[in-house]
Design a protein around this ligand. Structure first.
Ligand code: NAD
Length: 486
């Protein structure tokens, strides 16, 4: 792909100033729907990260003592600014990330919802008074860590860069955000709005490679609190790298290989709708919560698989900027190659392709990284197709005969982010909710989550939860104060 020499470098935000990398080096990103270069931004490294951390440290001195209501007002201002610029910001993600405009517009509104939710919690970060012993007052303080390192992935660039800043900031921390090197444009546009809404240094945005800028943030001695959203593999690296320099508080929101389990008494229409929405084909299956393992009772299996295949065949692959597009392009070449490799693995493992199975035939899409929504049937529960997160539009179907078998398949993976169950049986519902090893469970639904309701993974899917009040508390350190007054 040819580099466009005329394209302008978008600067990083460091201590209230817009800057290039110290080295002057840049990274280009490509529109995955066309292959054309679409953005250029700084390749930040350890020195740039240090500049941002030092700026955040200086800003912390004031921000930690700023009234919570004032901090909340900054978040609300940012939310208003995002709404004003929602279309422009959404188009950055459409161009760089490949997901359809209908969805990316929604992301801007979800970011606004998250900012407003956490702004509303500003006065809820409370300690306790504890009747420890006579003649004493014992109470707890919830105090910010200082500088938080916030690393986010490619699949919802704007929504994560904005929304995941909310809880640490309202708790009184300052932050350094590191967006994905594949999708940094919306975070850099957002940096202009951060600059308008917050005092200098409170929010900093540093771009660069994960192994350089990301690693420098994780291992910076002045960053005691790291929050990471991304793959399980990198999550484990981050735990190890953070521990190599200090004892740090690290929370991780990682990948999923999530089951959708359909029992014989399920409402079939609703189950098909749930399986379609659950796969997030509107983001080309690139959703951590995607229900990518379809576990169906044998009595419904044939009907469900064939009807789902028809519906998937009906989805329109198209240019991400078109309103009528149902499913767009895979974010970058590496991810596309990974998805294509899993299509081969599925075939090699003996699974049967019911729908999709490769790129669309449409000539107009030949220059982009498009893959049709794909359904494999007859997938062995212990196969790679059933075990490993693909993070693409690939659904693996397998039948079951009993509750125990369904549960053993559903729990038989190392990841445990979400699960969905379709049934009309009340006791089975609650039994499944109790037994499933996942952090978020839908009953007769899929895909949706809401501000206020904790979301997070079990097992290799993560540590901690976000989106609820627990996230706010995770950005504060508890201090116990013991006063002897008699
Ligand atoms: P990734 O793990 O490759 O990268 C995520 C971020 O980490 C990027 O900003 C990257 O630059 C950075 N990074 C990479 N190596 C690093 C290192 N050594 N040190 C520090 N930072 C490093 O993930 P991705 O491909 O961008 O996103 C897809 C993954 O994210 C999937 O596994 C998906 O399930 C997961 N995800 C999870 C959630 C959740 O809430 N649980 C949400 C969205 C995505």
């Amino acid at each position: 792909m040819a580099v466009d020499a005329g394209i302008k470098t978008l600067p990083m935000l460091v201590g209230g100033a817009f800057k290039e990398a110290r080295s002057g080096q840049t990274i280009d990103t490509y529109n995955p729907a066309t292959g054309e270069v679409c953005a250029r931004f700084p390749r930040g490294e350890a020195g740039d990260v240090d500049d941002a951390v030092q700026a955040a440290k200086r800003a912390f001195a004031t921000w930690q003592h700023t009234a919570p209501a004032e901090r909340a007002a900054c978040l609300r201002k940012l939310a208003d600014l995002i709404l004003e610029h929602a279309d422009e910001l959404a188009m950055c993600d459409v161009t760089e990330n490949g997901s359809p405009i209908r969805e990316m517009r929604g992301d801007a509104h979800k970011a606004v919802g998250t900012l407003r939710y956490f702004a509303g919690l500003a006065l809820q970060l409370r300690g306790d008074t504890i009747p420890g012993a006579p003649g004493r007052l014992n109470y707890t303080l919830m105090q910010p860590f200082g500088v938080v390192g916030r690393i986010v992935p490619f699949n919802h660039p704007l929504m994560f860069a904005a929304g995941k800043a909310a809880a640490p900031l309202v708790a009184g921390n300052t932050i350094v955000i590191k967006p994905s090197e594949h999708t940094s444009t919306s975070a850099l546009k957002l940096a202009e709005l951060f600059d308008e809404a917050f005092p200098p240094g409170v929010v900093n945005v540093v771009t660069g490679l994960g192994s350089e800028a990301g690693d420098a943030l994780v291992t910076h001695p002045d960053v005691r609190r790291v929050a990471f959203t991304g793959s399980a593999e990198i999550g484990r690296t981050i735990q190890a790298r953070a521990a190599s320099v200090a004892v740090k508080t690290v929370t991780l929101e990682l990948g999923g290989k999530n089951p959708i389990v359909i029992f014989p008494d399920a409402d079939v229409e609703k189950a098909i709708d749930g399986a379609m929405r659950g796969m997030a084909f509107t983001w080309q299956g690139q959703s951590c919560g995607s229900t990518s393992r379809l576990i169906v009772h044998r009595s419904l299996h044939e009907e469900l698989v064939s009807r789902l295949g028809e519906q998937m065949d009906g989805l329109r692959s198209g240019m991400p900027a078109e309103e009528s597009t149902d499913t767009g392009a895979i974010v970058h070449r590496g991810q596309f190659d990974k998805v294509m490799r899993y299509l081969e693995i599925g075939r090699e493992e003996g699974a049967r392709v019911v729908a999709g199975g490769g790129p669309p035939e449409d000539e107009a899409l030949a220059g982009g990284l498009f893959v049709r929504p794909t359904l494999f049937d007859d997938v062995a529960p212990d196969s790679r197709l059933a075990q490993e997160e693909i993070f693409g539009p690939v659904l693996a179907a397998m039948p079951f005969d009993s509750y125990d078998e369904a549960l053993s398949i559903a729990n038989g993976v190392s990841l445990g982010l979400t699960a969905s169950v379709y049934t009309g049986d009340l006791s089975l519902t609650h039994r499944f909710a109790r037994d499933i090893e996942a952090g978020y469970v839908w009953v007769n639904d899929s895909q949706k989550h809401f501000p206020g309701c904790a979301y997070g993974g079990w097992k290799d899917s993560g540590v901690g939860t976000e989106e609820g009040i627990e996230e706010l508390y995770s950005y504060a350190r508890l201090k116990n104060v013991n006063v002897l007054y008699d």
